[in-house]
Design a protein around this ligand. Sequence first.
Ligand code: GLY
Ligand code: MN
Ligand code: MN
Length: 425
Amino acid sequence: MISEKEYRRRRDKLALVLPKQSVTVLFSGTHKTRSNDTDYPFRQDSNFYYMSGFKEDNAILVFIKQKKKYQAILFVNKKDKTAEMWNGKRLGVKKATKRFLVDHVYTKDEFEKRFKEYLVEKSILCFDFGLDYSKVKILKRYSKNIATHKDISPTIGTMRLIKSNAEIALIKKAITITKKAHHKVMKLNKVSKNEYQLLANLEYTFKSNGAYNDAYTSIVASGNNANTLHYIDNNKPLYKGDLILIDAGAEYEYYASDITRTIPVNGKFTVAQGELYELVLSVEKKIIKMIKPNILRSTLHKKSEELLVEGMIRLGILSGNVKNIIKKKKHKLYYPHGIGHWMGLDVHDTSPYKYAQGKEIPLQEGMVLTIEPAIYIDENDTSVPKKYRGLGIRIEDDILVTKDGYENMSKGIIKEIYDIENMHS
Ligand code: GLY
Ligand code: MN
Ligand code: MN
């Protein structure tokens, strides 16, 4: 759990870099309609949550900074018996005042009136430029005389790059649940008939272990479906002799995990599948071993391209020399994405990859990123030896950068061919 003191430390830290004479506004998430009268499950806005720890909708966190000192003010839903009967309990002003270490808590109804007052004699308004338009309209209406509008999202994103011990513990808990889910389906692959049966077991394991939200929509992609990168239909029959790419991660207390394993339908890799799998696995392991403070993510990516291309030449998938193939981007057909991404409150954490000046941010202790090399070969790609066509293989782990190197937080989720083949229920 993240303590209220940690949330306050985050607000203090943000306030240090907020401009003088500024007002900063962070909005909670809003309910989104799925279809008539039904909503998607509510998910709090990550930046708002990072700064407040508050899980309800219809809330706003405001920072007012005159010179050095700042005030943090939280606006929350007011208690309302009828609304609470329909949509659930609200914390309300009284309890929120007790719980959150902010300077004031008011009801959301008071926001417009107070916001106007906060803006008097301020010259800068900070908010998240990624907001939906309805919220921007409120800000525009009252900030006509404010000269400068500043996007606060990159500043918070930079803070979110370095995870605290409490955050790392939550990510590890998410990974522990994800491990159970992947291991469960590795046992069920031999008896399941359809992608959705595996999906159901992933979801069952997540939810029954307290991860009631997925970090993203799971991908259970058998056979050539694995070559559709964002395949989420998850509804096709499983055929003996195919591989299944499973990219699924639990979210625990708002923190993500993001794990991919590729396993055979009937429990045994064919020789060709094994050749391609061992290539991706060896690259994944080599790249993970390179991780340490000060190395660049782009260095890891370039190395993964070189190693994958070398291997694909060896297997007769590509021909020519490594440099030329990469220069002409021929490998992009088979390895079109990056080596990995920041992970935290969002599976693709909204932290920057570059400093404002444009230079790349190197890895530092406390950062979390995924490593996910892959090879995708479409079933209709006649330029590739027949035995490899229709195979899509990705292996993905979640890595913490440590003082001297790295910790593979998901190393307990098996990925050696021998171990996958010997998973029995
Ligand atoms: N599951 C999303 C990704 O691997 O980036
Ligand atoms: Mn990923
Ligand atoms: Mn993934």
